[in-house]
Design a binder for this molecule. Structure first.
Ligand code: T3D
Length: 260
């Protein structure tokens, strides 16, 4: 597929989406947001993609909205901007029934930080930084931040990060539970690709259904969630990968999952 801003390639069933405006720390202009949305659609529609990796070119991951292209203060269109540019990316990442890994290679600010936090697994380079920088320009956190952050780290910590706009290091983010693993700066992509390749060989439907169940768990009560587990287990239990997993166990061999 051809994109105007992002770099997109599929390697060993891993779709690698590289935000590619390095001179602007990969901040989101309109074209890049539309590219990311189209790339996520492609990942959803294409069975050859079994895991997705999002990263940034150059020294930044993503500095959020391109402030040179921001809607002028007070303009009525800002709601539409959020609805058409940022909200679809969050919905597509959470709705994609395949694992989405963020490999945060450098600074992740504003919508860039929250784009990472709505992914399934967040990896970071040692030198990466996360900033809820919205308040520094008088805005509120968007791109799902007010939904995910309090659920990930608790209300008070999320409030402090969002109200103060303080920089969080990769290690601090790991200690907070926002990042799964921190790599040396020059080892991030190798580590991230190894994880993505591993996940691309796993039972894709099982991973997707796990993600779906976790999405529901963010707002369900226990009884509702038990019902979700029952229903989705029924789906997982009828996949070819479930049959292969059991057969491989009984035959004492490594399973070969096809994602079906
Ligand atoms: O309008 C709507 O739809 C509302 C939605 C809003 C969503 C949001 O994301 S709001 C938050 C927007 N983002 C920010 O406020 C972050 C602004 N950037 C920064 O605070 C800093 O750049 C960083 C802390 C991210 C990194 O600092 P540093 O010192 O490492 O780099 P730098 O020198 O500030 O930036 C390097 C270049 O990138 C520089 O360009 P230059 O001078 O070399 O030509 C800088 O202007 C550019 N850059 C960085 N962030 C942005 C940007 N250009 C446009 N927009 C940016 N967000």
């Amino acid at each position: 597929m051809d994109f105007s801003i992002i770099d997109f390639k599929v390697i060993d069933a891993v779709a690698v989406i590289t935000l590619n405006r390095p001179d602007k720390l990969n901040s989101f202009n309109q074209e890049m947001a539309m590219d990311v949305q189209a790339a996520l659609d492609h990942c959803m529609e294409n069975d050859g993609v079994r895991a997705v990796l999002i990263t940034g070119a150059g020294r930044g991951f993503c500095a959020g909205q391109d402030l040179a292209e921001a809607i002028s203060p007070g303009a009525a269109q800002i709601e539409e901007h959020v609805e058409t540019k940022y909200n679809p990316m969050v919905r597509k990442i959470r709705g994609l029934e395949k694992p989405v890994i963020a490999a945060v290679n450098g600074v992740a600010a504003g919508a860039g930080a929250n784009l990472a936090f709505c992914c399934d697994i967040v990896l970071a380079a040692d030198g990466a930084r996360f900033i809820q920088s919205f308040i520094n320009i008088g805005l509120i956190p968007d791109t799902g931040g007010t939904y995910f952050l309090p659920r990930l780290i608790g209300l008070h910590r999320a409030t402090a990060l969002m109200m103060l706009g303080d920089k969080v290091t990769a290690q601090e983010a790991k200690d907070l539970g926002l990042v799964y693993q921190v790599f040396p700066d020059d080892g991030l992509m190798e580590g991230a690709m190894a994880l993505a390749r591993r996940m691309a060989q796993m039972p894709t439907r099982g991973l997707g259904l796990t993600k779906k169940a976790l999405n529901y768990s963010l707002f369900n009560d226990l009884d509702e969630q038990l019902a979700v587990e029952r229903e989705l287990q029924g789906v997982a239990g009828r996949t070819a990968d479930n049959a292969e997993g059991i057969a491989a166990f009984l035959e004492k061999r490594r399973p070969v999952f096809t994602g079906e």
